[in-house]
Design a binder for this molecule. Structure first.
Ligand SMILES: [Zn+2]
Length: 276
Protein backbone atom coordinates (compact mmCIF):
# COMPACT_ATOMS: atom_id res chain seq x y z
CA UNK A 1 0.00 0.00 0.00
CA UNK A 2 1.23 3.51 -0.80
CA UNK A 3 1.63 6.01 1.98
CA UNK A 4 -0.97 8.77 2.31
CA UNK A 5 -0.10 12.16 0.81
CA UNK A 6 0.49 14.73 3.58
CA UNK A 7 -2.31 17.30 3.56
CA UNK A 8 0.18 20.22 3.45
CA UNK A 9 1.88 18.99 0.29
CA UNK A 10 1.28 21.52 -2.53
CA UNK A 11 -0.69 20.25 -5.50
CA UNK A 12 1.31 19.63 -8.65
CA UNK A 13 0.82 22.20 -11.40
CA UNK A 14 -1.54 21.05 -14.14
CA UNK A 15 -2.06 22.76 -17.50
CA UNK A 16 -5.56 24.01 -18.27
CA UNK A 17 -7.73 23.21 -21.30
CA UNK A 18 -6.09 25.78 -23.60
CA UNK A 19 -2.56 24.47 -23.02
CA UNK A 20 -3.69 20.85 -23.31
CA UNK A 21 -5.32 21.75 -26.64
CA UNK A 22 -2.05 23.26 -27.87
CA UNK A 23 -0.15 20.16 -26.77
CA UNK A 24 -2.66 18.04 -28.68
CA UNK A 25 -2.14 20.17 -31.82
CA UNK A 26 1.65 19.67 -31.60
CA UNK A 27 1.20 15.92 -31.05
CA UNK A 28 -1.19 15.71 -34.03
CA UNK A 29 1.33 17.56 -36.25
CA UNK A 30 4.09 15.14 -35.21
CA UNK A 31 1.83 12.15 -35.82
CA UNK A 32 0.90 13.47 -39.29
CA UNK A 33 4.58 13.87 -40.11
CA UNK A 34 5.28 10.27 -39.08
CA UNK A 35 2.42 8.62 -40.95
CA UNK A 36 2.38 10.94 -44.02
CA UNK A 37 5.72 12.75 -44.44
CA UNK A 38 4.49 14.26 -47.71
CA UNK A 39 1.94 16.26 -45.66
CA UNK A 40 4.72 18.16 -43.89
CA UNK A 41 3.17 21.46 -44.99
CA UNK A 42 -0.04 20.73 -43.10
CA UNK A 43 1.95 19.66 -40.03
CA UNK A 44 4.00 22.85 -40.16
CA UNK A 45 0.88 25.00 -40.55
CA UNK A 46 -0.66 23.31 -37.48
CA UNK A 47 2.42 24.04 -35.36
CA UNK A 48 2.60 27.65 -36.58
CA UNK A 49 -1.11 28.19 -35.85
CA UNK A 50 -0.64 26.79 -32.34
CA UNK A 51 2.39 29.00 -31.70
CA UNK A 52 0.44 32.06 -32.87
CA UNK A 53 -2.40 31.20 -30.46
CA UNK A 54 0.10 30.84 -27.60
CA UNK A 55 1.74 34.14 -28.52
CA UNK A 56 -1.62 35.93 -28.66
CA UNK A 57 -2.53 34.57 -25.21
CA UNK A 58 0.81 35.81 -23.82
CA UNK A 59 0.36 39.28 -25.33
CA UNK A 60 -3.11 39.64 -23.74
CA UNK A 61 -2.38 40.65 -20.13
CA UNK A 62 -5.87 39.83 -18.82
CA UNK A 63 -6.20 36.40 -20.44
CA UNK A 64 -6.48 33.29 -18.30
CA UNK A 65 -5.53 30.90 -21.15
CA UNK A 66 -1.98 30.36 -19.86
CA UNK A 67 -2.96 29.79 -16.22
CA UNK A 68 -4.56 31.47 -13.21
CA UNK A 69 -4.59 35.25 -13.52
CA UNK A 70 -6.26 37.60 -11.04
CA UNK A 71 -7.96 40.38 -13.01
CA UNK A 72 -10.68 41.28 -10.47
CA UNK A 73 -11.13 40.87 -6.73
CA UNK A 74 -13.07 37.80 -5.56
CA UNK A 75 -16.84 37.80 -5.01
CA UNK A 76 -16.61 38.40 -1.25
CA UNK A 77 -14.60 41.60 -1.83
CA UNK A 78 -17.07 42.70 -4.51
CA UNK A 79 -19.92 42.28 -2.02
CA UNK A 80 -18.01 44.42 0.47
CA UNK A 81 -17.63 47.14 -2.19
CA UNK A 82 -13.84 46.90 -2.28
CA UNK A 83 -11.39 47.96 -5.00
CA UNK A 84 -7.59 47.59 -5.11
CA UNK A 85 -5.23 50.42 -6.08
CA UNK A 86 -1.98 48.84 -7.31
CA UNK A 87 1.18 50.84 -8.03
CA UNK A 88 4.03 49.42 -10.13
CA UNK A 89 7.72 49.90 -10.92
CA UNK A 90 8.89 51.67 -7.74
CA UNK A 91 10.12 52.55 -5.33
CA UNK A 92 11.18 55.91 -6.74
CA UNK A 93 12.97 58.40 -4.48
CA UNK A 94 11.08 61.39 -5.87
CA UNK A 95 7.61 60.02 -6.63
CA UNK A 96 6.99 57.33 -3.99
CA UNK A 97 7.12 59.76 -0.99
CA UNK A 98 4.55 61.99 -2.75
CA UNK A 99 2.32 58.98 -3.41
CA UNK A 100 2.61 57.87 0.22
CA UNK A 101 1.63 61.36 1.39
CA UNK A 102 -1.50 61.35 -0.81
CA UNK A 103 -2.51 57.87 0.37
CA UNK A 104 -2.02 58.96 4.01
CA UNK A 105 -4.15 62.08 3.48
CA UNK A 106 -7.00 59.88 2.22
CA UNK A 107 -6.46 57.11 4.78
CA UNK A 108 -6.05 54.54 1.98
CA UNK A 109 -3.90 51.41 1.79
CA UNK A 110 -2.48 50.35 -1.58
CA UNK A 111 -0.45 47.52 -3.07
CA UNK A 112 3.02 48.36 -4.41
CA UNK A 113 4.48 45.95 -6.99
CA UNK A 114 8.14 46.85 -6.45
CA UNK A 115 11.13 45.99 -8.63
CA UNK A 116 13.76 44.13 -6.57
CA UNK A 117 16.82 46.13 -7.65
CA UNK A 118 15.02 49.43 -7.04
CA UNK A 119 13.91 48.21 -3.62
CA UNK A 120 17.52 47.24 -2.84
CA UNK A 121 18.67 50.72 -3.90
CA UNK A 122 16.03 52.43 -1.69
CA UNK A 123 15.24 50.10 1.22
CA UNK A 124 14.20 53.08 3.36
CA UNK A 125 11.31 53.73 0.96
CA UNK A 126 10.19 50.11 1.30
CA UNK A 127 10.26 50.50 5.07
CA UNK A 128 8.07 53.63 4.77
CA UNK A 129 5.62 51.78 2.50
CA UNK A 130 5.23 48.87 4.91
CA UNK A 131 5.19 51.06 8.04
CA UNK A 132 2.24 52.99 6.57
CA UNK A 133 0.22 49.76 6.29
CA UNK A 134 0.60 49.21 2.55
CA UNK A 135 1.78 45.94 1.02
CA UNK A 136 4.76 45.27 -1.20
CA UNK A 137 4.40 42.54 -3.81
CA UNK A 138 6.75 41.01 -6.38
CA UNK A 139 7.32 42.72 -9.74
CA UNK A 140 10.53 40.78 -10.44
CA UNK A 141 14.17 41.54 -9.70
CA UNK A 142 15.17 43.63 -12.73
CA UNK A 143 12.02 44.20 -14.83
CA UNK A 144 13.61 43.22 -18.20
CA UNK A 145 11.50 44.25 -21.19
CA UNK A 146 11.95 40.91 -22.99
CA UNK A 147 11.27 38.66 -19.98
CA UNK A 148 8.26 37.14 -21.75
CA UNK A 149 10.69 35.49 -24.21
CA UNK A 150 12.38 33.59 -21.35
CA UNK A 151 12.30 29.88 -20.62
CA UNK A 152 11.71 28.45 -17.13
CA UNK A 153 15.22 29.34 -15.78
CA UNK A 154 14.81 33.00 -16.77
CA UNK A 155 11.40 33.29 -15.10
CA UNK A 156 12.65 31.44 -11.99
CA UNK A 157 15.69 33.71 -11.61
CA UNK A 158 13.73 36.94 -12.04
CA UNK A 159 10.91 35.94 -9.70
CA UNK A 160 12.91 34.21 -6.96
CA UNK A 161 15.52 36.98 -6.77
CA UNK A 162 12.76 39.60 -6.56
CA UNK A 163 11.07 37.57 -3.85
CA UNK A 164 14.28 37.23 -1.81
CA UNK A 165 15.17 40.93 -2.05
CA UNK A 166 11.69 42.10 -1.00
CA UNK A 167 11.44 39.52 1.78
CA UNK A 168 14.83 40.54 3.17
CA UNK A 169 13.98 44.26 3.18
CA UNK A 170 10.37 44.14 4.40
CA UNK A 171 10.28 40.96 6.51
CA UNK A 172 7.05 40.12 4.64
CA UNK A 173 6.56 37.40 2.05
CA UNK A 174 5.01 38.68 -1.20
CA UNK A 175 1.97 36.63 -2.28
CA UNK A 176 1.34 38.19 -5.69
CA UNK A 177 3.45 38.57 -8.83
CA UNK A 178 2.82 40.98 -11.70
CA UNK A 179 4.50 40.34 -15.05
CA UNK A 180 6.34 43.15 -16.85
CA UNK A 181 3.63 44.96 -18.88
CA UNK A 182 1.49 41.89 -18.19
CA UNK A 183 3.34 39.94 -20.93
CA UNK A 184 3.79 36.18 -20.44
CA UNK A 185 4.47 32.87 -22.07
CA UNK A 186 3.45 29.27 -21.17
CA UNK A 187 6.50 28.77 -18.91
CA UNK A 188 5.40 31.33 -16.29
CA UNK A 189 2.43 29.55 -14.67
CA UNK A 190 4.34 26.47 -13.39
CA UNK A 191 7.14 28.68 -12.03
CA UNK A 192 4.62 30.83 -10.11
CA UNK A 193 2.78 27.74 -8.87
CA UNK A 194 6.02 26.30 -7.50
CA UNK A 195 6.90 29.65 -5.86
CA UNK A 196 3.44 29.90 -4.24
CA UNK A 197 2.74 33.23 -5.98
CA UNK A 198 -0.48 34.35 -7.64
CA UNK A 199 -0.27 36.10 -11.01
CA UNK A 200 -2.12 39.40 -10.80
CA UNK A 201 -3.02 41.65 -13.71
CA UNK A 202 -5.67 44.36 -13.49
CA UNK A 203 -9.22 45.31 -14.35
CA UNK A 204 -8.32 48.69 -15.80
CA UNK A 205 -5.15 50.73 -16.27
CA UNK A 206 -4.46 54.35 -17.10
CA UNK A 207 -1.37 53.86 -19.31
CA UNK A 208 0.31 56.44 -17.07
CA UNK A 209 3.82 55.46 -18.18
CA UNK A 210 3.22 57.10 -21.56
CA UNK A 211 0.03 59.23 -21.24
CA UNK A 212 0.96 62.75 -20.14
CA UNK A 213 -2.62 64.02 -19.77
CA UNK A 214 -3.81 63.19 -16.22
CA UNK A 215 -7.46 63.69 -17.20
CA UNK A 216 -7.22 60.90 -19.79
CA UNK A 217 -5.55 58.58 -17.26
CA UNK A 218 -8.27 59.37 -14.70
CA UNK A 219 -11.00 58.77 -17.27
CA UNK A 220 -9.58 55.34 -18.16
CA UNK A 221 -9.45 54.35 -14.49
CA UNK A 222 -12.85 55.68 -13.45
CA UNK A 223 -14.88 54.83 -16.56
CA UNK A 224 -17.24 52.05 -15.40
CA UNK A 225 -15.36 51.85 -12.09
CA UNK A 226 -17.10 49.30 -9.90
CA UNK A 227 -16.62 47.04 -6.87
CA UNK A 228 -13.95 44.38 -7.40
CA UNK A 229 -11.83 46.45 -9.78
CA UNK A 230 -8.04 46.20 -9.64
CA UNK A 231 -6.59 49.53 -10.82
CA UNK A 232 -3.04 50.00 -12.14
CA UNK A 233 -0.88 53.10 -11.75
CA UNK A 234 2.91 53.64 -11.66
CA UNK A 235 5.22 55.41 -9.21
CA UNK A 236 8.26 54.24 -11.25
CA UNK A 237 8.68 54.90 -14.98
CA UNK A 238 5.81 57.37 -14.73
CA UNK A 239 5.03 59.88 -17.49
CA UNK A 240 5.22 63.58 -16.65
CA UNK A 241 2.49 66.18 -17.07
CA UNK A 242 3.07 69.37 -19.07
CA UNK A 243 4.35 71.01 -15.86
CA UNK A 244 6.73 68.15 -15.09
CA UNK A 245 4.68 66.48 -12.35
CA UNK A 246 4.51 62.69 -12.14
CA UNK A 247 1.15 61.71 -13.64
CA UNK A 248 0.24 59.51 -10.66
CA UNK A 249 0.67 62.49 -8.30
CA UNK A 250 -1.86 64.46 -10.33
CA UNK A 251 -4.29 61.56 -10.81
CA UNK A 252 -4.28 59.79 -7.45
CA UNK A 253 -6.17 62.38 -5.31
CA UNK A 254 -8.98 62.60 -7.90
CA UNK A 255 -9.06 58.82 -8.28
CA UNK A 256 -9.38 58.30 -4.52
CA UNK A 257 -12.17 60.89 -4.40
CA UNK A 258 -13.95 59.12 -7.28
CA UNK A 259 -13.64 55.79 -5.47
CA UNK A 260 -15.08 57.28 -2.29
CA UNK A 261 -17.89 59.10 -4.11
CA UNK A 262 -19.05 55.76 -5.54
CA UNK A 263 -19.20 54.29 -2.03
CA UNK A 264 -16.24 51.97 -2.68
CA UNK A 265 -13.42 51.08 -0.28
CA UNK A 266 -9.78 50.80 -1.40
CA UNK A 267 -8.04 47.76 0.06
CA UNK A 268 -4.76 45.90 -0.49
CA UNK A 269 -4.75 42.65 -2.48
CA UNK A 270 -3.45 40.92 0.62
CA UNK A 271 -6.51 42.02 2.62
CA UNK A 272 -8.95 41.32 -0.23
CA UNK A 273 -7.73 37.73 -0.63
CA UNK A 274 -7.25 36.13 2.80
CA UNK A 275 -4.67 33.33 2.98
CA UNK A 276 -6.47 29.99 2.64
ZN1 LIG B 1 6.30 47.22 -14.56
Amino acid sequence: MGSAVPPTRPRAWRPGFFLLFQLALHAAALWLLVISPQKWGMALATVVASQLMLMAAGLWPRSTCLGANLVRLPAAAVQRGEVAVTIDDGPDPEVTPQVLAILAQHGVHATFFCIGTRAAAHPELCHCIVAAGHRIENHGARHPTLLSLSGPPGWRREISEGQQILQRITGQTPRFYRAVAGLRNPFLAPVLHHAGLQLTSWTRRGFDTRERDPEKVLQRLTHSLTAGDILLLHDGNTARTSVGEAVIVSVLPKLLEAIRSRGLTPITLNDALPVK
